[in-house]
Structures are given as structure tokens and as C-alpha cells.
Design a protein around this ligand. Structure first.
Ligand SMILES: Nc1ncnc2c1ncn2[C@@H]1O[C@H](COP(=O)(O)OP(=O)(O)OP(=O)(O)O)[C@@H](O)[C@H]1O
Ligand SMILES: [Mg+2]
Length: 1042
């Protein structure tokens, strides 16, 4: 017995094109056995450290050879595919030869490189093909007296259902998983195991499995990265032992490419009413739990840990690989980019736990006779059990119904067991040679077709598929035959030549005519949805080399015409899924050029590209299940969603609309993804003939949502005026996410006293920096609104956030009007303005969100009679496409920002005009004085008081001291710099009297002497200082009455 821990390897892939485009930062580093990860949010903190058995740096330091193979640049730390095999694959092989069970599984988030390591792409073959290749080489070089028998099987677990990838006809609901009562192990009932005699045979079978996977995933709209693929190779070595007995040494090799490990919470699904969908991949979370439990057990901390293998299909099948008789290796695939920090850290922690698991692998070697004898004996026992009384536990007091149910269950269990044993015995009865022969015959037929495909690819025009998963792209070929070729659903009459299944595929979907080296495609029936290069197909269109063709919602192909291989200009030579999706998005009105975009904008764009196909799929399901809902991807400015700040960029959300009553909902990406998964599940049940799908109670229906207040539109107020202590009062237009005006909002933002009293008209700040460190108050008033659409009369309210608000402030809901009077006031106080707050004034804005109340109103009977498809068509006629191109920057905000700046300039100008007028008045006043009074010094003081009336040294802190409406007492606190200056200035009592008045001459060095002073003056005195009375030094504050 070999007591050994699970061996863990980590591998870091290169940046992909998207990451390069957005200038991603590298957050992973590897040094010897140590892998570090840096949190991009805290670049000064120590990176987190992990150590593993094997660390593979495949991020950089490689060259691409002419054939595409990536090899290490001499001296670099790059790990090639071969290097990974040499460590991991070779280990698996050696152990298999010794008779140990082996398992190798790859874990990591979508796109992190699991399939690259396991299967590989092109000539960069992964561990699985190299291991298989090497296995046969080793067999060839092996002992001639030993018989080697290899079988191959390939399955996929998707949505807790097992699909045999080597079989075209999988039962609905998938294959069953049962437990062998004797061995305790789980197995898949009826899984096809093919005998293979060479690597080429395995390769062909893998291709067959991949093609089946692709067809199934395209037809079912399944997301392949949510599926686990398990390849199982059994390797038996039969030889005679010293006693002359025939013995069998067997090894089961499991090679598992796990589903992407995205955690539901990272996509933002938390908080959804329907939680089940958050458990998007039950098998994967169960695997996490099993690994944790096993790690606890192995570290010896807890003695009694229940390992929850039974919680999912995957963990049942991997029971042995994880916690039993197996030599196990896990590869954790790491994304190197900063944006994936959370996920990658999650993967590293997962891998760290896995390395604690200890397995007990034993050599599986038994005399062959014994194996057969045991199987026979067990079969006999089972047969007798079937005939005899069932030992049902529970006994007295048990409900007879219950006993009967248990009896039935047991009977069924035994029957299945018998069948499985029988199959195993039949298998043993058939010699391996016969099995191999059978398999080769089957393959020959298939091989002919495969060879034919290879041959025709370079000669005949064809469509080749594109899939979101690069592994499943370029797998399906449809050759275009001369004459007419029909495409449609298989239940069409006459049956189509290319049968497609799945959403939005019409019976007579499309017809391709091929004549004189030219192919033309046209819709087969009205309403059949086909897109050519992103543009909906309405009439006959000639297909050019490398054109993209989308049938229905997700049968995507690239057309190849070797007879006329001239693609239109600007067609890239390599067309992938992303390119085809971008082009669709572009024609839907989304901006897809990424030049000059910020990181946030590029991320938003990526999300749009990801969501668009999902949304069209969900729309198609809504039509098929007649759910009266339509979905649309929309861009909302970040400010509109979050409430404040103008720098957040755009946010991608999905709008769901009830076509019967017009209610709408906005779903964040995570919530939509969660619902989409549930919707897919529902649709799958529908396809499987589950009639309950149509009667699902609304509480469980992923299409249903209780009515929520709808965001009618937003209006931004930029706060720049506040940084000059000016007020803002305006009618703002409320626009929706498309920029369409939905109404007006009357708001006012006024700098004020802490009690909300507006500041003196003349109080003006010339340089916003003056506000720093001083208290500041402003008042937000929402007066009223006017809304254009009558449907919003059920109730209206406005909400907003100002800087550092955690929660929204909301007005009350005003009902039964389209011109609500909100009369909302709020005073916001900053005890001492800091840089951030000042930055907020200068750059930020308040986004007022106008909401309308929605009710689950009675549905319109006329509409009820229409199908969802008809309703959606009607909706599209009413709102043809996007009214505006959706750009990812916020144009509307720019506009209102400019308006604000203009407003500030206007006020500054008014203020200068006032100064000018005042200086002119002073001049004429002095001109009129008797000559003996026309002294230079007092005149200069008056003029300079006005000329320098920025107030920036004196009126930096303004507080109202009384609440008397007729006379207000303000207190001003002096600027400490001013105080310094005034101390060194002269001591003229005249200056004392005049200093600090209204528009006071605080700038003048000889004005104020005391550190802090209180001054009282009448309103007039504040202007000219003549009526003011001074209580110098009486308090710590300067006061003015006005
Ligand atoms: N070590 C590597 N070197 C070069 N390219 C890599 C490497 N690892 C991954 N890639 C590339 O990254 C892309 C995503 O990799 P892959 O398909 O293996 O991801 P995955 O983890 O299997 O994702 P999913 O969960 O969606 O199946 C592929 O285009 C692949 O070629
Ligand atoms: Mg993959």
C-alpha cells in the first residue's frame, strides 16, 4: 500500500488577447516551488505565498515554432506541454504500469487553461493525448508474454446529468449513477467502454466525443465551461505469476477536465430571490466540500468527518480518485491577470487544501479465476435475494406503504446490480480481441467519414462551427452540396438536409444554393432568424469566403469556399467566437472599438459581448415557453446605478420587460446569469417532456419577479458651483439610459449655514482650495418633477446619494400625479472639508434617480391572446432597434457638466460686474467729497477692500449664530495664514475697524490684528464698514449682523 498525498501542480498561462488589449497587470509570480499572488488593490502589501509540488510558469519566455508549438526560450523558466507531461503524465503512466489507479484533474476558472493542460490545442498536445500515446509506446516495448488491454470511455457531467460522449443516443435525464454494494464504488450504468489497440484509435474516439459534446452543447444551449469531462482509461496487464496462475493487474486512469470554477457570488448573484441557481454547479461545490473534509481528515485534526461524496454526481464518480485507492494529481490552472485576482486566489487556496489529502493506493492485482468466481457467486446471491423475502429494516410500527416503497427500491437496486454484473460477465466472456475487432469495425465506418471530411475540407465549400469554448470550435463540418441544400428542424417535411435543433430554429430555416462556385443563402420561411456577419438575413445573399453565419440563437458557423477563397477586405484570417460576437453587437448598436477606452469601458464591452448571446437565448426560450417577457442588454452610466460620482463609467445590465403590462426590471449581470441558468434548466425539463414546466408556480419561476420600482431616468447635478460657494438652481431634464427625455426635475443645491440658511449673496470663493479644512454645509432641495408618461402616475419618488453616503436618501412616494411636489430638503455638513470632499465638489455630481412605482396590474386581455413571439415583434416595431448608438462613455453627463461649468462662469462674471460697479460708486462718492476729506489713505483702503474682496482669508469659515430670520449673525473663522500675516502687519486701529467686513479687505496686510475677533455690523456696514461696531478680542469669532 502506498500512503501518499494528492500531488498538486499549478500552472500560469500567458495573457490572452483581451487581457493584452486592456493592459492587464501580471499578479502571479513563481520562484522555485513558491507561487505568489499580489492583490492589485494593495500593491504595497506583501504578496500571498503558496508552495506546491510542481509549479509551471507558462506565462512568458516562450517562442512559437513554425508549426505553432510553444517552446521555452533557452534560459527562461517557461514550462512547455512536454515538460508538464514529463512530470505529471509520466508519473501517471508509471503508476498505471504498477497497477495503481491514477487520477489527474484540472481545476481553475473558465479560460484559465485547464483544457490546454489536459487536452491541448493543435500541436501543443496536452497530458491526456501524450499519456495515451506514451502508454501504447510502452506497451509495444513491454513484455511479450503479457497481454495488455486498454479501454477508453468519455463522459460529461452537465447539470448533474451524465452524458456518454461516445454514444449518440443518451437517455433523457442522462445515464444513471449507481453504487456497487460490494466495492462501495459508484459507476455509470451503461456507459460505453471501447477497446482500443493504439493511440490513433483513442485519438479518433476523442474526436468523436468532442464532436458529440459540441453538438449537444449547441443544441441545448449549454455552456460547455459548466460541464465536467471525464475520460477513463482502464489498463489491464494479464500475465502468469510464478505459480502459473493467470493474474490481472489493473489500473483505472481518470482524467478529469473540470468545469470553470467561477463562484456564484463573484458574479453578483447573491441577493437574488431565487437562490438555487446560485448553486450553479452543484458538482463543483460538492467537490470543494469533499476536498475540505478530506483535508480535515488527513490533517488529523478532526477524527470523525463525514465526507459528502453522495452530494453530487461528480464526487460520487471521483470518490476513489479523491479519498481512496488512487494516486491523484491535481493541476490548478491560474489566470495571470489582475482582474481575476479573487478567482485565482480562490484557486490557489483550493489547491492548498487539496495537497493535504492523503490517499491509500494499492496495487490491483488478482488471479483472474478468482475475479470471475467472485462475480458469479455474487450474481447467484443477488438472484436468490430477488426471489426471497426482502430484509426491510424498520420493522414494527412502520407504515405498510413505506415498507412497500422500500421493498420496491431494494428490488430495483438488486435488479440493476444483477444487470451490471451480467454485463461485466458478458464482457469477460468476450475476448479482448473480439472487442477490439468490434470497435475497429465501428470505427472504420466512422473513420471513413472522418477521413472524408479531412479530404473535402480543402476542396469543397463548407460551414464549420464556432463555439464559445475554443475546444469545441472547428469540430462540426457541413459541406455545401451543389444545387439546393435545406437547413431546418428535423421534424420538417421533407426533412432538411442539415438538421439543427435548439432555440429559434425554424422547420424550414434556410436554404443554401450552390451554383457556379457561388453559394447563396436565403431564409427558408418567414421569421426564420439567420444573421450573416451580424446582419439579419431578409433575402437571398451571396456567401463570401469566411462569412459568419448564425442560424437561430447559437448555431454559429464560418463559411469556407476553397473554390473562391477570396475573403472581403478587412476580414481577419483567423475568425473566432469573440470576433463573430463583436460583429453582432456592433449591428445591435453597441460600440465595439476599444481604442482609447478606459479599463472600465473595456470591461463593460466584454460583458456586453458575453451577455448578448445569452440574452438572445433567453428571449428565444421566453418565446418557446410563452413567458411574455423580453430581455435587452442596456448600458447605464455607473453614476445612474451607484448614485454619485461621474467617473464610474458605464454599467452593463439586463432589462426584463413584461410584455403584457409594460413593467420592467433591471438585473445586474450576476443576477441575470443566475436566472439564465435556471431558465436553461427549465427549458431542458421542457424538452425532456416535463409538463410541470408550464405550470410552475410564479414563486419558483425564473421569469417571474415581483413588481419593483422602475428607474425612469436620471438627472445629474455637477457640484462645481459648490466649490465656489455658489448655489445651483435649475430645471433638469431626466433622461433614460438611451438618452431619451422622460421628464424634468427641479432641484436646488445651495451652500448654507448649518441650519440651512443660504449664505450671503456676496459670499464667494475664488479659489476652491480656500475651503480646505473649513466647515462647509450645503442644502439639497428637490422641489418637484414633471413626468411625460402617464403610466408612471402610480407613484413617483426620487433618490440620490452624496459623497460618502452608504445608503440612498429618498423622497416620499407621491401618488396619482405626473407632477409630484417633493419638497425635500437635506442639509449636508462637512465639519472640515478635506481634499477628497473638495475633489468631489470639483469633479463629482449628484445623480438624482427618478423612480416610478410599478404594480402587478391586470394584464391586457387583448395582449394575453398574443404569443410572446408576436408581442416581441410588436415591441420591436414600436422601438426599432436602439434609438441611439450605445457608446460606453456617458455623453449625457458631459453635456450637463458643461452646462454646470457655464453656470459657474456666469456667476463669477456677475460677481466681477458687482465689484466693478462698487469701485465706480466709490470713485464717484469720493469725487463728491469736499477737498479736505479727499485723503489718499482712506480712499485706497476702501478701494482695495473691494478690489481684493475675495473673502478668501477671512470668510473661510462661516456659521450662522442666530435663528432670527430678520437679522442673521454669522461667525467667521480666520485662516491661520492670514493670522500670521496680520500679526506682522501694522497696528493701525483704523484697520481693526474696517477689517473683516462683508466683502472685507482681509487681504490687506494691515487690516486685522487680533488672532480671532468678533465683529458686529449692520448689513450696510458689512459693505462699507461705516456702521459696524467692533468687539475686538471678545470671543474667538468674528460676527456680522446683516
Ligand atoms: N499554458 C498556455 N499556453 C498558451 N496558451 C494557453 C495556455 N493555457 C491556456 N491557453 C489559452 O487560453 C485559452 C483558454 O484556455 P482553456 O480553453 O484551456 O481554458 P479552460 O480553463 O479549459 O476554460 P473553460 O473552463 O472555459 O473550459 C485558450 O485559447 C488556450 O489556448
Ligand atoms: Mg476547457
Amino acid at each position: 500500500m502506498s500512503d501518499q498525498g494528492v500531488k498538486v501542480a499549478v500552472r500560469c498561462r500567458p495573457f490572452n488577447q483581451r487581457e493584452k488589449d486592456r493592459g492587464a497587470k501580471l499578479i502571479i509570480d513563481m520562484n522555485g516551488a513558491m507561487t505568489t499572488i499580489q492583490n492589485p488593490e494593495t500593491p504595497n502589501e506583501e504578496p500571498k505565498k503558496f508552495t506546491f509540488d510542481f509549479s509551471y510558469w507558462s506565462h512568458d519566455g516562450f517562442n512559437e515554432k513554425d508549426d505553432g508549438y510553444l517552446e521555452a526560450v533557452p534560459g527562461s523558466k517557461y514550462s512547455s506541454q512536454r515538460r508538464v507531461f514529463d512530470d505529471l503524465g509520466q508519473g501517471v503512466l508509471d503508476n498505471a504500469f504498477k497497477g495503481f489507479n491514477c487520477s489527474l484533474f484540472a481545476y481553475g476558472q473558465t479560460g484559465s487553461g485547464k483544457s490546454y493542460s489536459m487536452v491541448g490545442y493543435g500541436c501543443n498536445k496536452g497530458i491526456v493525448p501524450i499519456t495515451c500515446d506514451e502508454l501504447f509506446k510502452a506497451i509495444e516495448a513491454g513484455d511479450p508474454a503479457t497481454k495488455y488491454e486498454v479501454t477508453f470511455s468519455m463522459l460529461e457531467i452537465y447539470n448533474e446529468q451524465v452524458r456518454d460522449l461516445l454514444s449518440k443516443d443518451n437517455p433523457k435525464g442522462g445515464l444513471q449513477v449507481r453504487q456497487n454494494p460490494k466495492l462501495g464504488l459508484f459507476y455509470v450504468v451503461g456507459l460505453k467502454k471501447v477497446a482500443v489497440g493504439s493511440y490513433a484509435e483513442i485519438d479518433k474516439r476523442t474526436q468523436e466525443g468532442t464532436a458529440n459534446r459540441t453538438v449537444a452543447s449547441t443544441n441545448m444551449n449549454a455552456t460547455s465551461s459548466r460541464a465536467h469531462t471525464v475520460v477513463t482509461i482502464t489498463f489491464d496487464q494479464i500475465s502468469k505469476n510464478e505459480a502459473g496462475e493467470e493474474t490481472k493487474k489493473s489500473s483505472v486512469i481518470n482524467l478529469v477536465d473540470l468545469a470553470g470554477s467561477e463562484r456564484a457570488d463573484s458574479t453578483g448573484a447573491t441577493g437574488d430571490r431565487l437562490k438555487e441557481g446560485a448553486n450553479i454547479n452543484k458538482s463543483l461545490s460538492a467537490l470543494g466540500n469533499v476536498i475540505s473534509a478530506l483535508a480535515d481528515l488527513s490533517s488529523g485534526g478532526k477524527k470523525k468527518v463525514m465526507v459528502p461524496y453522495r452530494d453530487s454526481v461528480l464526487t460520487k464518480l471521483l470518490q476513489n480518485a479523491l479519498g481512496g485507492n488512487s494516486k491523484t494529481v491535481m493541476i490548478a490552472a491560474l489566470s495571470p491577470a489582475d482582474i481575476n485576482y479573487d478567482e485565482t486566489l480562490g484557486t490557489l487556496r483550493y489547491a492548498d487544501r487539496a495537497k493535504k489529502i492523503k490517499n491509500k493506493a494499492v496495487v490491483n492485482e488478482n488471479p483472474l479465476d478468482k475475479l470471475i468466481r467472485e462475480l458469479r457467486e455474487e450474481n447467484e446471491k443477488l438472484k436468490s435475494q430477488m426471489g426471497g423475502a426482502m430484509p426491510v429494516a424498520g420493522g414494527a410500527g412502520m407504515d405498510p406503504g413505506e415498507i412497500e416503497r422500500m421493498r420496491k427500491e431494494m428490488e430495483e437496486e438488486i435488479r440493476a446490480q444483477l444487470l451490471a454484473n451480467q454485463e461485466q460477465m458478458n464482457e469477460m466472456d468476450e475476448s479482448f480481441e473480439d472487442k477490439l475487432k468490434r470497435n475497429r469495425e465501428e470505427q472504420e465506418a466512422m473513420g471513413a467519414a472522418q477521413a472524408n471530411t479531412q479530404d473535402r475540407k480543402s476542396k469543397d465549400p463548407h460551414l464549420v462551427n464556432l463555439n464559445e469554448d475554443p475546444m469545441l470550435s472547428g469540430v462540426i463540418f457541413h459541406f455545401v452540396e451543389p444545387g439546393e441544400m435545406t437547413i431546418g428542424r428535423k421534424d420538417a417535411t421533407p426533412p432538411p438536409m442539415i438538421a439543427l435543433t435548439g432555440l429559434s430554429i425554424s422547420k424550414q430555416h434556410a436554404v443554401i444554393t450552390f451554383e457556379n462556385s457561388e453559394a447563396t443563402v436565403k431564409p427558408g420561411e418567414q421569421g426564420a432568424k439567420t444573421k450573416i456577419n451580424g446582419v439579419p438575413l431578409t433575402g437571398p445573399t451571396t456567401l463570401q469566403h469566411l462569412d459568419r453565419v448564425l442560424f437561430g440563437s447559437n448555431h454559429m458557423y464560418v463559411f469556407h469556399n476553397p473554390l473562391n477563397p477570396k475573403a472581403p477586405e478587412n476580414t481577419p484570417t483567423k475568425i473566432d467566437w469573440d470576433f463573430a460576437q463583436k460583429e453582432i453587437a456592433k449591428h445591435k448598436g453597441f460600440d465595439t472599438a476599444s481604442a482609447g477606452m478606459s479599463k472600465e469601458q473595456i470591461i463593460a464591452q466584454e460583458q456586453i459581448l458575453e451577455l448578448l448571446p445569452m440574452v438572445s437565448e433567453v428571449n428565444a426560450i421566453s418565446e418557446e415557453l410563452n413567458k411574455h417577457r423580453t430581455f435587452e442588454v442596456i448600458l447605464i452610466s455607473g453614476a445612474a446605478m451607484e448614485g454619485y460620482g461621474s467617473k464610474k463609467g458605464a454599467k452593463v445590465v439586463v432589462k426584463m420587460k413584461n410584455l403584457l403590462n409594460g413593467n420592467t426590471w433591471l438585473w445586474e449581470r450576476g443576477k441575470f446569469m443566475n436566472r439564465r441558468y435556471m431558465i436553461q434548466e427549465l427549458y431542458q425539463r421542457h424538452l425532456d417532456g416535463d409538463e410541470d414546466v408550464m405550470k410552475i408556480p410564479k414563486e419558483e419561476d425564473p421569469f417571474w419577479e415581483p413588481p419593483e420600482d422602475v428607474l425612469i431616468g436620471t438627472a445629474n447635478v455637477f457640484l462645481q458651483s459648490l466649490s465656489y460657494a455658489l448655489d445651483f438652481d435649475d430645471k433638469l431634464s431626466v433622461t433614460d439610459y438611451k438618452g431619451v427625455e422622460e421628464g424634468n426635475l427641479y432641484v436646488n443645491i445651495t451652500p448654507c449655514s448649518d441650519k440651512g440658511k443660504p449664505l450671503d449673496e456676496d459670499f464667494f470663493v475664488e479659489d476652491p482650495q480656500e475651503l480646505l479644512g473649513k466647515p462647509f454645509h450645503y442644502k439639497v432641495t428637490i422641489k418637484s418633477a414633471e413626468v411625460n408618461k402617464a403610466k408612471y402616475s402610480k407613484g413617483l419618488h426620487v433618490r440620490y446619494k452624496v459623497y460618502q453616503d452608504e445608503d440612498f436618501t429618498s423622497t416620499p412616494v407621491i401618488k396619482a400625479t405626473l407632477s409630484p411636489e417633493f419638497k425635500h430638503h437635506r442639509i449636508i455638513t462637512y465639519p472640515a472639508v478635506n481634499e477628497d470632499q473638495l475633489g468631489y465638489f470639483e469633479q463629482g455630481c449628484i445623480t438624482f434617480q427618478l423612480f416610478g412605482v410599478q404594480e402587478d396590474s391586470v394584464n391586457d386581455n387583448r395582449l394575453m391572446k398574443m404569443t410572446t413571439k408576436e408581442l416581441r415583434q410588436m415591441e420591436q416595431l414600436q422601438n426599432p432597434g436602439m434609438q441611439r448608438r450605445q457608446t460606453i462613455s456617458g455623453e449625457a453627463s458631459e453635456e450637463s457638466k458643461l452646462r454646470n461649468e457655464l453656470e459657474v462662469l456666469k456667476k463669477k462674471f456677475e460677481r466681477l460686474e458687482k465689484k466693478e460697479k462698487r469701485i465706480q460708486d466709490l470713485c464717484s462718492e469720493w469725487k463728491g467729497k469736499p477737498v479736505e476729506e479727499q485723503q489718499f489713505e482712506p480712499f485706497w483702503r476702501h478701494v482695495s477692500a473691494v478690489a481684493n474682496s475675495s473673502g478668501n482669508k477671512l470668510k473661510t469659515r462661516v456659521e450662522i449664530l442666530n435663528t432670527d430670520d430678520l437679522v442673521s449673525v454669522y461667525s467667521f473663522e480666520l485662516d491661520p495664514n492670514a493670522k500670521e500675516q496680520t500679526h506682522v502687519g501694522n497696528n493701525n486701529p483704523e484697520a481693526k475697524r474696517n477689517g473683516g467686513l462683508g466683502t472685507g479687505s482681509s487681504d490687506s496686510p494691515n487690516v486685522i490684528q487680533s488672532q480671532k475677533m468678533t465683529q458686529e455690523a449692520s448689513a450696510g456696514g458689512a459693505q462699507n464698514g461705516s456702521n459696524g461696531s467692533i468687539n475686538s478680542g471678545a470671543g474667538s469669532k468674528a460676527c456680522i449682523i446683516q
